[in-house]
Design a protein around this ligand. Structure first.
Ligand code: PGA
Ligand code: ZN
Length: 433
């Protein structure tokens, strides 16, 4: 059969931080091939599937020889002869053979590369673009992007405590228009920083490296950049934050905002972010509390979750059970979907489906360590996630994904529907209309 897997091959390649990562090829009897590369996080949640590294002195311990060997040896033997269209079967076979709950033996960097490569091969065998293969004729909106303007936290020497200062353009008509607005705001923000003597290079995801005196000053400057670009903050362009509060958690139930020189209890942390929500045009907030603080996440949701999208990243780690548990606790209204946090396409899709069943928002996301792989542009569209997060509007590992969305929008032609204001949980969308 043309969709039978005949070869699975991995190699070490390099990511956007110059660190080793895993690339996998899956080849089929009919000659079709799929290829995918594993991304890597820096502000990782403790409950993620394991990113397997060799340790030792080479490459700062970041080697992937063991993960590459797992693919070329055990995983290849496991998958050769199987039908590539049985994605769930392939993914479960890898998880079962790994035999740890978090893919610690093969490494999620091994399994995610193979899982995505198999998905690409299945689409290639049908001669279909990946987004169309995933959609199978169902609704597939072009996702609303959230795009980083300033990068901080673990991605920029902790120069700000908040990790991502991003913008969203839900009232754009197309993703093409969303990018044109973003390009103007990104440029205006750079000019503003140059004018104020605060331009100091690029953060890990390509956003302006922020030299600010406080987290709030960054919010003020982002609002000013939106205006300088000729747009109305809170009308045309909104702010989205990833607080990545895990990185601020001192481990004793208190949060430290180094730039602001303050320490907070969970309640005070929730109130600090609530004050930002009152003062700035903030539409979306990710990880306002740390990864095990479900009560804090619920308190944040009670405080501003009616009007604001509240995304769980480190607290949900692309895990369907954790999504359902959070919903039961009235905590959050959106999930960040990172395929490598789950370790396989099937598990990531399960987390997305759990969110959709709850009427939550879903954001398919890149990692801070990325590559030229553009799979997530197709997943976000083909799965009809509604939103996508890739990093900034600079550097080709980011732009490759944005540019792929332009190609997808063009290929859909008159059928293309941009998620826009419909991208959110119902109460957030209602507030925008
Ligand atoms: P990471 O950060 O890829 O470094 O974990 C991205 C995020 O927190 O969303
Ligand atoms: Zn995050």
């Amino acid at each position: 059969m043309k969709s039978t897997i005949t070869a699975v091959r991995a190699r070490q390649v390099w990511d956007s931080r110059g660190r080793p990562t895993v690339e996998a090829d899956v080849t089929l009897a009919g000659g079709a091939m799929g290829r995918a590369l594993a991304p890597a996080g820096a502000s990782r949640g403790a409950h993620e599937a394991i990113d397997l590294r060799d340790g030792g002195p080479r490459f700062g311990g970041m080697g992937v020889d063991r993960a590459v060997a797992a693919v070329n040896d055990e995983i290849a033997r496991l998958l050769i002869g199987r039908d590539v269209r049985d994605q769930a079967g392939l993914d479960e076979a890898m998880a079962a053979a790994d035999a740890t709950p978090n893919l610690a033996r093969f490494g999620a960097n091994a399994t995610v590369a193979v899982s995505l490569a198999a998905l690409h091969a299945a689409a290639a065998a049908e001669g279909a673009p990946l987004w169309a293969w995933l959609a199978q004729g169902r609704k597939a909106r072009i996702p609303l992007p959230e795009i980083q303007i300033f990068g901080g936290g673990a991605h920029a020497g902790r120069r700000t405590d908040v990790q991502d200062f991003m913008i969203m353009t839900p009232r754009a008509a197309t993703v093409r228009e969303a990018f044109e607005i973003t390009a103007e705001v990104f440029r205006a923000a750079g000019q503003l920083m140059a004018d104020t003597g605060r331009l100091a290079g690029a953060a890990d995801e390509g956003g302006w490296w922020p030299v600010f005196d406080s987290n709030e000053q960054a919010l003020g400057d982002l609002t000013a950049a939106i205006e300088r670009a000729g747009y109305r903050p809170g009308e045309d362009v909104f702010i989205s934050l990833d607080v990545a509060a895990n990185e601020l958690d001192r481990g004793d139930g208190r949060y430290r905002l180094g730039l602001d020189g303050s320490e907070f209890s969970t309640d005070e942390m929730v109130e600090r972010v609530a004050a930002w929500v009152r003062r700035y045009p903030i539409l979306s907030i990710e990880d306002p509390v740390s990864q095990d603080d479900l009560a804090g996440f619920a308190a944040a949701t009670a405080a501003y979750g009616e009007r604001v999208q509240l995304i769980g990243d480190d607290i949900l780690v692309t895990n369907a059970d954790r999504v359902r548990r959070a919903a039961e606790a009235n905590a959050g209204n959106a999930v960040l979907v990172k395929v490598n946090q789950a370790g396989t396409v099937t598990r990531a899709k399960a987390a997305l489906d759990a969110a959709k069943a709850l009427n939550w928002g879903a954001i398919v996301s890149a990692r801070s360590g990325e590559t030229e792989d553009v799979s997530i542009a197709h997943l976000a569209t083909g799965w009809d996630a509604g939103q996508i997060k890739v990093g900034s509007f600079a550097r080709s590992e980011r732009m490759a994904k944005w540019n792929e969305l332009l190609r997808i929008e063009e290929a859909m032609g008159a059928d293309a529907v941009f998620a826009g204001v419909s991208a959110f949980a119902p109460s957030v969308t209602a507030g925008l209309k």
